[in-house]
Design a protein around this ligand. Structure first.
Ligand SMILES: Cc1cc2nc3c(=O)[nH]c(=O)nc-3n(C[C@H](O)[C@H](O)[C@H](O)COP(=O)(O)OP(=O)(O)OC[C@H]3O[C@@H](n4cnc5c(N)ncnc54)[C@H](O)[C@@H]3O)c2cc1C
Length: 391
């Protein structure tokens, strides 16, 4: 047996990253008594959560993501009161840059949607305003942008830590070095036990919170979950003071190049299609050269600021087919719940996703937000992947 005595009512959360910890905390806070988090890593933060750069924004282009962010922001603002932890929320702002009219039109349309969904402080900014918000950017080619002052940064590992400690105080057990290798199902299709190398745990419900590895965990129950890993690389400069710590996150709408200052270094990101081996988290030296060239062209003061190649890192996004989270139950395995596919927004949305998933487990439906757009079977409805019919 894992973690001592077990009852059939145990909720096993597979994955102890920021989402698993948030789910576990919110379940316990809702009065669920027997919650166990199983993670194959030796300690917390070994998955994607420990590799996130810590951006937070409400500036999304779909209503459900805007609303998830608003719920998460409200929870982050009272994170210490709720959990006793510290989430490191710094509203340094998020500045989107358009370099042509088409990009600006897309940002305007997203802004309209944000305002219709309750965002009251995101605004369109012209080139002059952008120069005031981030004077380091080369002005040529900037057509305009959008800005939200209350967006900014959070501390991913501190959010994980806050939820984990609060969950433990409510009686949740976190078991490390617990690689889930099987999910035993009964005649009615429900999962009855979670199997690891060191034993089996009888369970009443299972939550899949395995991040980029969620598809494998779902497959253990015979369910095809369309979550795929996507490498994201981060280039890190040597310590420098050329850009202020208070600089807003600055992101170019066209190619997703973005930069922020963290711990006295500049972090540079440029999305790519990912590695040949989808789980590869090595940093491609050619990619570093490319992102360095772009950074110097768009942010001239970075010319001469060297990339610290040893400090660069990569991690995995957990992509769903439409880039939105998957939250709810599996149609064919009703006691298997998904908190998956956050598609690179999992840290900022973890406070909301944990609360919503706990509501689904306890009440049978999410009550604080309509998340029907995120239901697992939407991919079957769309006919996106035949295998998803299993959902
Ligand atoms: C470079 C980079 C930058 C990012 N920047 C941001 C950002 O600015 N803002 C933001 O919101 N998000 C960002 N993200 C995304 C964010 O990191 C993820 O969305 C988030 O961490 C997902 O949390 P999680 O708990 O689902 O996954 P994870 O933290 O990966 O946790 C999953 C856990 O499951 C465990 N596990 C897997 N399989 C098994 C198994 N079979 N048995 C037991 N345990 C298992 C793993 O060990 C792991 O600990 C970034 C990601 C990367 C890589």
């Amino acid at each position: 047996m894992i973690g001592g005595g077990v009852t059939g009512a145990t909720v096993a959360v597979i994955g102890g990253g920021v989402i698993g910890a948030s789910v576990a905390y919110h379940l316990a806070a809702r009065g669920v008594r027997d919650v166990v988090v199983l993670d194959r890593a030796p300690r917390a933060g070994e998955g994607s959560t420990g590799r996130a750069t810590g951006g937070f924004r409400v500036q999304f282009a779909t209503a459900v993501n805007v609303r998830l962010s608003l719920l998460a922001r409200e929870k982050l603002r009272r994170f210490t009161d709720e959990t006793g932890g510290y989430c490191g929320f710094i509203p340094a702002g998020y500045l989107w840059i358009a370099r042509n009219e088409a990009e600006l039109a897309a940002l305007r349309s997203a802004l309209e949607l944000q305002r219709a969904n309750g965002v009251d402080d995101a605004v369109e900014v012209d080139a002059d305003a952008i120069a005031r918000l981030n004077p380091a950017l080369r002005r040529e080619e900037i057509a305009g942008g959008t800005y939200c002052a209350s967006d900014g940064f959070v501390a991913p590992l501190k959010i994980l830590d806050g939820y984990r400690r609060a969950a433990e105080r409510l009686g949740v057990r976190f078991v490390w070095d617990a690689d889930v290798i099987g999910l035993r199902r009964g005649r009615d299709g429900r999962i009855t036990a979670v199997c690891t190398a060191s034993g089996e745990l009888s369970v009443g419900n299972v939550v899949n919170a395995a991040g980029a590895w969620a598809a494998h965990v779902a497959s253990l129950a015979g369910v095809a979950l369309p979550v795929t890993p996507l490498r994201r690389q981060v280039a890190v400069t040597v310590p420098t003071a050329v850009l202020p710590q208070t600089m807003p996150m600055t992101i170019y709408a066209g190619d997703g190049f973005h930069l922020r200052v963290r711990d006295g270094r500049v972090l540079l990101l440029l999305p790519t299609a990912g590695a040949a081996d989808a789980f590869d988290v090595n940093v491609d030296p050619g990619w570093i050269d490319a992102v360095e060239r772009i950074a110097r062209a768009r942010v001239p003061c970075l010319t001469g600021v060297v990339i610290d190649r040893a400090a660069c890192w990569a991690g995995l996004y957990e992509m769903s087919p439409d880039g939105h989270a998957i939250i709810g139950t599996a149609r064919s395995v009703p006691n298997l719940y998904f908190a998956n596919g956050a598609s690179g927004h999992g840290v900022m949305h973890a406070p909301a996703l944990g609360q919503l998933l706990a509501e689904i487990v306890v009440d049978g439906a999410a009550t604080s937000l309509d998340v029907s757009a995120l239901r697992p079977d939407r991919f079957a409805d769309l006919g996106a992947q035949r295998a998803c019919e299993l959902l």
